[in-house]
Design a protein around this ligand. Structure first.
Ligand SMILES: Nc1ncnc2c1ncn2[C@@H]1O[C@H](COP(=O)(O)OP(=O)(O)OP(=O)(O)O)[C@@H](O)[C@H]1O
Ligand SMILES: [Mg+2]
Length: 278
């Protein structure tokens, strides 16, 4: 494995360079195929221990970028460096080790959690796949994970439908934490939760970041929410980053019409008042 000497290796946990992803789509009732440039030359760097937010309207390429960074989609071109290693050329055990360090938490936890699994099976599933630990050996992990995300140990036998939406989000976070990741990518992780539950999950994530030295990439269409929690925000539009900066700078100096439109979408422009307050 070869380190990229040209880049600062300690500062950034993950760096994507000129990332492009094309999909071929077909219109309904038509045989004609066309290309969609879901990502069109995205370059970004996320500092270790920081919270980075990717904001954009629907179809701007946010989830595609998250999937590429997590190694679940292969970019058409570009590079991804994680902790000095070129993710796109890694193979075998090296690749498996790194892919465990990047975990995704999806929006729709209802669909993402197997309804037949107990909470215990859900939170330790990555361990079952990656290790040879027996169920009895995984049990203490499950208890500890439940505790870390603020769920009672006594609920380990419950199925997903016996949890509320916010509690299911905690289960999904516990599952992601199971393999001790360094980067968590949270794709619309707060969507569909009411404001008080959003605030609780955000507090939990802040505590986990402090205790586990986690780096976060939040993906959202909600600029207001992201401005309250992110150190840096990138605005994605048609597969390109059109503006990027600290939340306060982005609000004071934003120039791009898409950023302005996202600001206009904030009810009462409450974002400007709450930037920096967690
Ligand atoms: N697997 C796929 N096959 C074909 N096209 C895709 C695929 N995934 C995404 N796309 C296309 O790529 C573009 C970007 O999609 P993506 O899901 O990344 O957007 P998004 O910003 O996450 O949107 P949303 O906010 O609605 O989740 C869209 O035009 C979408 O139709
Ligand atoms: Mg998406």
């Amino acid at each position: 494995m070869v380190a990229d000497i040209s880049m600062s290796t300690t500062e950034f946990l993950i760096r994507a360079t000129r990332l492009a992803k094309e999909y071929v789509q077909q219109r309904p009732l038509s045989r004609r195929k066309f290309r969609v440039h879901a990502l069109d030359g995205v370059t970004l760097e996320i500092r270790a221990g920081s919270t980075f937010a990717l904001v954009g309207e629907s179809g701007s390429g946010k989830s595609t970028l998250g999937l590429c960074l997590a190694g679940l989609e292969k970019p058409t071109s570009g590079e991804i460096w994680f902790d000095q290693q070129n993710l796109l050329t890694l193979k075998g055990p090296d690749r498996a080790r790194i892919s465990g360090q990047i975990q995704l938490v999806f929006q729709d936890t209802g669909a993402a959690l197997n309804p037949r699994f107990s909470a215990e099976e859900i939170v330790t599933e990555p361990l079952r796949i990656r290790s040879r630990l027996t169920r009895a050996e995984r049990q203490p992990w499950a208890e500890q994970l439940m505790e870390q995300v603020g769920l009672p140990r006594g609920w380990l036998n419950r199925r997903p439908h016996q949890f509320s939406g916010g509690q299911r989000q905690r289960l999904a976070i516990a599952r992601a934490l199971c393999v001790q990741p360094r980067l968590l990518i949270l794709d619309e992780a707060f969507a569909g939760l009411d404001l008080s539950v959003q605030a609780q999950i955000m507090r939990l994530l802040q505590e986990l970041q402090a205790t586990h030295a986690l780096t976060y990439l939040f993906i959202s269409h909600d600029l207001s929410l992201m401005a309250r929690i992110a150190d840096e925000i990138a605005i994605l539009h048609q597969g390109r980053i059109v503006e990027q900066g600290k939340p306060s700078d982005l609000f004071a100096k934003s120039r791009h019409p898409v950023t302005r439109a996202l600001q206009e979408a904030i009810p009462g422009r409450r974002c400007g008042l709450s930037v920096g307050s967690a």
